[in-house]
Design a protein around this ligand. Structure first.
Ligand code: NDP
Length: 331
């Protein structure tokens, strides 16, 4: 029998975290045969809801859930973790500026980076969901110098899934028949959903370029991009609260593909540390790229053709990330 995987989840009792815990216990993250140990972190103020969550998880009687360890101490929650999904973050309060939000979260992710550095496995794979996710991941990594930088990532898979759902609706095709649509840059309004390398599998089994299948560049360069960028806001305006289950689902997709590997010929979006000026992006920021994963390692897809329109979009989201880094870490 496989050894259980230790998964730490922060903000476990929150909207996203609580759904995520059930998904993990059901096998959505590591498949239907892999046991897990959940190590759940919450603030002392949320100890009640955290206890309640643990009771409900027990009552799920999940065969894959080997153990549940709730805690309000980061060093306890991250002890020997194989995977850490960092969901807990300070939400933007009324009248709060972006700089304030960054600074508040910088404090949280500094503490978490230090704790990971001290007690997690050196191979721990970290996926940051809490916003501003890219920069929070950079901060955690900065304060965890003994863990390789490539082990820190932020979630842009929800944005990718949103793009797939828009295209499947537009093309009246199954979502799983659309491949290689990706997100570049920051998980924010400046993100760039890119269809240029994407393909759709037609009824005859042949692959067609998405641009050709949609045959409406005005839509793809404008309404499509802004719908994906603003989908979070659209959900808040309808539901009066933010998306949670779709974010938890995307976090499972992200970690699953990282751990298990991507399918042959397919790539996915992950925000990871930029280096070697790949695609002209400045080094040392957590930027979303198309990646393939194999043997637990991601690699940025090489050699994609980038047009002038895309280069401008890359730059805008890079500038924002550089500015966030400056505000949070002064580098
Ligand atoms: P949610 O579970 O709704 O959101 C958690 C974080 O995920 C937020 O930063 C949110 O950003 C972000 N996020 C990223 N992508 C999305 C998306 N697509 N849709 C919605 N959110 C997204 O927040 P809750 O307040 O319900 O839960 C947070 C929990 O974290 C609380 O229980 C709190 O006690 C805990 N917490 C724990 C900390 C710790 O462990 N040290 C520190 C701080 C909080 P956005 O705000 O932009 O929506």
């Amino acid at each position: 029998e496989n050894k259980p995987i230790r998964v730490a989840v922060t903000g476990a009792a929150g909207q996203i975290g609580s759904v995520l815990c059930f998904f993990i216990a059901q096998g959505r993250m590591f498949g239907p045969y892999q046991k897990v140990i959940l190590q759940l972190l919450e603030l002392p103020a949320a100890e009640g809801p955290l206890k309640g969550l643990c009771l409900e998880l027990q009552d799920g009687a999940y065969p894959l859930l080997a153990e549940i360890r709730p805690s309000t101490n980061a060093e306890e929650a991250f002890k020997d973790a194989d995977v850490a999904v960092l969901v807990g973050a300070k939400p933007r309060g009324p009248g709060m500026e972006r700089k304030d939000l960054l600074n508040e979260n910088a404090k949280i992710f500094k503490v978490q980076g230090e704790a990971l550095d001290k007690v997690a496995k050196k191979t721990v794979k970290v996926c940051v969901v809490g916003n501003p996710a890219n920069t929070n991941a950079l901060i955690a990594s900065h304060y965890a110098p003994s863990i390789p930088k490539k082990n820190f990532s932020a979630l842009t898979r929800l944005d990718q899934n949103r793009a797939l759902s828009q295209l499947s609706d537009k093309l009246k095709t199954r979502v799983e028949d659309i491949k290689n649509v990706v997100i570049w840059g920051n998980h924010s309004l400046t993100q760039y959903p890119d269809v240029n390398h994407g393909e759709v599998i037609g009824a005859d089994g042949k692959r067609i370029k998405i641009r050709q299948a949609v045959n409406d560049d005005n839509y793809l360069n404008d309404a499509f991009i802004s719908r994906v960028q603003k989908r979070g806001g659209e959900i808040i305006s309808v539901m009066k609260k933010s998306s949670a289950a779709s974010a938890a689902s995307a976090a499972c997709d992200h970690v699953h593909d990282w751990w298990v590997g991507t399918k042959p010929g397919e790539f996915v979006s992950m925000a990871v540390i930029s280096d070697n000026n790949k695609y002209g992006v400045a080094n040392g920021i957590i930027y979303s790229f198309p990646v393939v994963c194999k043997n637990g390692e991601w690699q940025v897809v090489n050699g994609l053709n980038i047009d002038e329109f895309s280069k401008k979009k890359f730059k805008a989201t890079e500038d924002e990330l550089l500015e966030e880094r400056k505000m949070a870490l002064n580098i």
